[in-house]
Design a protein around this ligand. Sequence first.
Ligand SMILES: O=C(O)CCC(=O)C(=O)O
Ligand SMILES: [Fe+2]
Length: 337
Amino acid sequence: MFDHLMAPPPLTDPHELKAFVVDEGHGVKGLAELKIKSLPALFIQPLEKRLDMSKVVPHESIPVIDMSNSEDPEVEQRICDAAENWGFFQIVNHGVPASVLEDVKEATRRFFDLRADEKKKYLFKNSRTKNVRLVTSFIPEVDKVLEWKDYLSCFYSESLIKRLLEVLMKRLGISELNETNEPILKGSRRINLNYYPVCPNPELTVGVGGHSDVSTLTVLLQDEIGGLYVRKLHSENWVHVPPIKGCLTINIGDALQIMSNGRYKSIEHQVVANGHENRISVPIFVNPRPSDVIGPLRETMRRGEKGLYKQVLYSDYVKHFYRKSHNGKDTIDFAKA
Ligand SMILES: O=C(O)CCC(=O)C(=O)O
Ligand SMILES: [Fe+2]
């Protein structure tokens, strides 16, 4: 909540506004709570960065897979088909208790409900452990126009992730996770707590601009509000990922697209801003370790298949992602052979 003993923030000067939002712990949540009537120019995205609603295909949706019997070859087949054809799917009966998922969402709300001077302690410049950081937009130092989102990012750690990777590897001809391939697939994990406050002009901005994740896999928990859109493979159209109670959304990231030599798809996705409700989401990014060199896995190359990607140091790949604002699917060009 904005402390009324303090002077109100200047909404007209973009530098002071950015300082209020980005550097003082208020975030876009603090700005939204001032009940501003219109969106400051700092957040107004060029048309091509906003979601074109005429491109949303409302009758389509990503697969929902019941994991209650994850050993069933039919379930395995659905997971791999979804990874090849959609790059995105939701899972139910995944074994993570609903109460745990509710607790995570509640903890996210509690964190963002802290006062700005408390949250400020988690800004990168103040954070005692550099493993935790509070950020507004994506990379506020680089983004010319800010995205309408605050997030707390923490490195973390999962039998569910291991099982999904085992299934996906099997189709690529890798029969087991071992000491060599397991750390490359899932050696480092990061969890983000995302907060998207009510926005005065949601149609003028984005919560998260179009991008693909740099992860191997992402496991996403979202609340009941909705707003995540996924690009349909080989198309200009977008599909909404509806919130389903108890569901986790899984998506393939660039690292797995590269390691599977393009067989599994890291799909572009974006989040719209919302004019009526606050939204939270909690993605866990399962990643290679920064020191890993990734490229198409030998076993994944079918006979005579050409490698579409070169070997890249994963930390270089991630650095490349964080050097620029969200810009669709172009990060992966960095690894093209
Ligand atoms: O909020 C969401 O639903 C997705 C967020 C996202 O795509 C990301 O943090 O990479
Ligand atoms: Fe993402």
